[in-house]
Design a protein around this ligand. Structure first.
Ligand code: ATP
Ligand code: MG
Length: 342
């Protein structure tokens, strides 16, 4: 069980060419990742996500700030000690980064060789790891004979070889089709649940965050602009960047063009209600409408699961005479976020 405490960390690269300003890739970022947590980092290209992960395993040195992985201060650790500390920090990549000239078992065994584990112990450990990722039958295959999902499972087995307390994943499912991506995510969830391994994962797929992350940090221009548990951040995004990201994984209001189309087909008043688990009770909402003699049809949106809680946006057509509809809207507005689509 390993906590990762990133405090006020910055990374500056010298600018390219004479007189070029330095690039601030990571700008005063703090993230406290609890032991056993799955923490997602999202943000547009160039936001500094990969740089931050490279600072965590010491592949690059922070310009300032502190990074504690367990009790190890990574930012100032001498290189020789860092090589040992990296045994406690596994990493997987979008392009898998396997050795193509080595067989699957040799790929998984590699970190054990580097760590100086005796050959007799290595074989058993490799067998155990391949069994865990469901690839026992591929031990003797070359990695270029594997599918993308199988390659990533080899990557995961290799990353787990030295029993790390933390696993860093940089876009680990981005190169995979949706079905395979799901399988790899399920495997990462098992890594987290069965071994209590802390996972920090970078992704641009909000579905990944919604499904497996506990907490999330949104990065923009090197800074952490928003942070919190997945439900809070997704259901009440505070920055425009976050709003745009989460919209891809959540039920939304209809887009302008779609709204026009809906209006052509629905003559009643259109309203969008936001349902946040614990906040609003759907039966109460529908009861309110029924009591006021207002008919309803759902024309857009839905309810989904975010961090184990339900969240949704439903666009409803309210049907009835104007006064009743007005009263119903006033009553609903007391119960939930309601937007009348003008
Ligand atoms: N070695 C380097 N030297 C100079 N600048 C760098 C270096 N590595 C990264 N940068 C710059 O730092 C910024 C952040 O890059 P980084 O790769 O961390 O972004 P990212 O959020 O991972 O993006 P992506 O989603 O495209 O992978 C970018 O402006 C990049 O050009
Ligand atoms: Mg990156």
């Amino acid at each position: 069980m390993t906590r990762v405490k990133i405090t006020d960390v910055s990374k500056r690269y010298p600018g390219r060419g004479r007189d070029a300003a330095p690039v601030v890739a990571v700008d005063d970022v703090s993230i406290d990742v609890a032991s056993g947590e799955i923490h997602a980092i999202i943000g547009y290209s160039g936001a500094g996500k990969s740089t931050l992960l490279r600072l965590v395993n010491g592949l690059e040195r922070a310009t300032s700030g502190s990074i504690l992985v367990g009790d190890d201060e990574i930012t100032t650790m001498p290189e020789a000690k860092l090589r040992v500390a990296r045994g406690g920090i596994g990493m997987i990549f979008q392009q898998f980064n396997l050795f193509h000239s080595k067989k699957v078992a040799k790929n998984v065994e590699y970190p054990l060789v580097v760590a100086g584990v005796p050959a007799a112990e290595r074989a058993g450990r490799v067998a155990e790891l391949l069994d865990f990722v469901g690839l026992s039958d591929k031990a003797g295959a070359y990695t270029d004979q594997l599918s993308g999902g199988q390659k990533q499972r080899v990557g995961i087995a290799r990353a787990l070889a030295t029993n790390p307390g933390v696993l860093l994943a940089d876009e680990a499912t981005s190169a995979l089709d949706p079905q395979t991506s799901q399988e790899v995510l399920a495997l990462l969830q098992r890594v987290n649940a069965e071994f209590g391994i802390t996972i920090i994962l970078i992704t641009h797929e909000m579905e990944v965050v919604r499904e497996i992350a506990h907490r999330v940090t949104v990065m923009e221009g090197g800074r952490a602009v928003e942070q919190g548990n997945v439900f809070e951040v997704f259901s009440s995004p505070k920055t425009e960047t976050t709003r745009r990201f989460v919209a891809t994984a959540l039920p939304t209001e209809p887009e302008a063009a779609h709204l026009e189309e809906l209006r052509r087909r629905h003559l009643g008043k259109l309203v969008t209600l936001t349902f946040r688990d614990g906040d609003v009770d759907q039966p109460v909402v529908f009861q309110t409408l029924a009591e006021r003699g207002v008919g309803v049809s759902i024309v857009h949106g839905g309810v989904t699961d975010v961090g184990g809680r339900s969240f949704g946006k439903l666009t409803l057509e309210l049907i009835g005479d104007d006064l009743r509809v007005e009263h119903a809207i006033a009553a609903l507005a007391q119960q939930t976020d309601l937007e009348v689509l003008a």
